[in-house]
Design a protein around this ligand. Structure first.
Ligand SMILES: Nc1nc2c(c(=O)[nH]1)N[C@H]1C(S)=C(S)[C@@H](COP(=O)(O)O)O[C@H]1N2
Ligand SMILES: [Mo]
Length: 221
């Protein structure tokens, strides 16, 4: 800060900065960006809940493998060293779970799906992706949703190795879709020619799952 008489780190200054960020005491349009950050029907949580099918596979990094197969010119099976040899990226994003909790500012570390795709070279016919977890879980996304610039295979969270209950050693993270699309304990990424439903999608959940359009269930347009 350029004015030396302003204590730059006082408690009040920090609070006021936060109020400004949150649009506190404001009504209407100025607060709008915050409303847009939190999708409709969601509430914020600070704790990070654990949700899965009740099986949490124990895959040590030494035995971990990730197969990238289907409609790609260069199919690969990566071991841990292979994953680490790809470009490593850190980015921050929000989580939106269909069960209505959202969690802001998650610091991820891992390999961008874009960098993985550049490595395997998708064929022109590839339109969608089926994700397979070590627990038998599957979920589907369009290739365009898989390939967004902020989707990644995450192996770190908040500067620590990704915990097993959150899908460690490595999971997918696709921030702009409901979190059920972000497969934990990722085992296989299969590029396919036409979108088809995975586990929750067979069981009444939406094929795409856009939180801002509230695409929760298959009956939601
Ligand atoms: N392999 C696998 N991935 C999964 C699931 C699962 O059961 N198995 N559950 C999904 C659901 S419904 C959610 S909300 C998130 C939860 O991730 P978390 O436990 O890290 O919060 O993981 C998703 N990915
Ligand atoms: Mo979920």
């Amino acid at each position: 800060m350029d004015d030396p008489e302003v204590p730059e780190d006082s408690k009040l200054t920090r609070s006021k900065q936060q109020w400004a960020e949150q649009g506190k005491f404001l009504t209407g349009h100025i607060a709008r960006p915050e409303e847009e950050r939190l999708p409709p029907g969601q509430h914020l949580t600070v704790k990070w809940p654990v949700l899965d099918l009740g099986r949490q596979p124990d895959i040590p990094r030494e035995r971990w493998k990730l197969e990238v197969a289907g409609m790609v010119a260069r199919p690969v099976t990566l071991d841990w060293a292979g994953l680490m040899a790809l470009p490593q990226t850190r980015l921050r994003s929000d989580i939106h779970c269909v069960t209505s909790w959202s969690r802001y500012d998650n610091d991820w570390q891992g390999v961008l799906t874009r960098d993985l795709l550049a490595h395997v070279e998708p064929r022109d016919e590839a339109a969608a992706v089926m994700l397979h977890g070590y627990d038998g879980y599957t979920t589907n996304v369009l290739l365009a949703d898989f390939a967004v610039p902020d989707a990644l295979i995450a192996h770190g969270w908040a500067g620590q190795p990704l915990a097993r209950d959150h899908g460690g050693p490595a999971r997918l993270v696709i921030p702009h879709l409901y979190f059920w699309k972000s497969a934990k304990w990722i085992r296989k990424i299969e590029l396919i020619g036409a979108d088809k439903p995975g586990f929750w999608e067979v069981n009444g959940y939406h094929m795409r799952g856009d939180p801002w359009a509230e695409q929760r269930y298959s009956r939601d347009s």
